[in-house]
Ligand binder design. Sequence first.
Ligand SMILES: [Zn+2]
Length: 280
Amino acid sequence: MNYSVATSLFMRYDLPTAIERIADAGFVEVELWTRAPHLDATDPHYDVGPALRTLVERGVKATSCHAPFGPHMNLGSPDPSVRAAGIDSLRSLLEPCAKLGVETIVVHPNVAPQGQTDEQAEATKPLIRDSMVKAGDVARPFGLRLAFENMLSAGRSQPCGAMAQLHELVDGLADNVGLCFDTGHAFANGLDLASEVRDSGDRLIALHVHNNDGEVDRHWPPGRGKIAWTPFLEALRETRFEGAWTLESMARGDEDPIVNLEKTKAAISAWGPPAGADSP
Ligand SMILES: [Zn+2]
């Protein structure tokens, strides 16, 4: 188990350079952002060669990627053509991801519209679950797993805002379908992080670590913000989660991503290496 860094921290760099900067900081795993200027799967001529060479040269593993998201590809949309666009978008990632050695694709399970009611949220559940089944089916021949991530609620009724809700949605689905727990989303939703980890149960296959002020999804480094990390870390170490602990802070405005990453390193140095209950 290792810490991993999301390349979305380095949006002003191309993908090989982003990987270089992360390797320079001492990390050996990355999560790939799957839009320009990184892995642009919308480009049918996208060449994975330069990124693959950098990964090999620097001894870095692209453990996961983050799938694109948005209302036009919402896997929980009442419109079947929008859900199909979401599956098509995932399909376009499979070949480049497999070539780069990616194991897990992190996916937003839905896009909940502002003002969504409980009744509307409930009605999207079977649609989301159907999309999860289809996504698992298209990814399976490529040996890829899908990790569906907890979403921001921001005052709306949201069928994917808590890990217990997501666990219910993936319950009984194929074993290449699992969950990604995002600490910043859970905290901005006002949830207890340790309980959320426990609610993820044996379906937890990916992790996004970042911090905020408890109000807005700011994607700050772990050391900046209001999350009390100790109970979360204790709960996480009690699980059998064996995946990378992926740091998903972002550099916004004129923030320097390299300074951001140094701050992240300083915060996690107190945490010790990632390890779970079954670690040697
Ligand atoms: Zn995330």
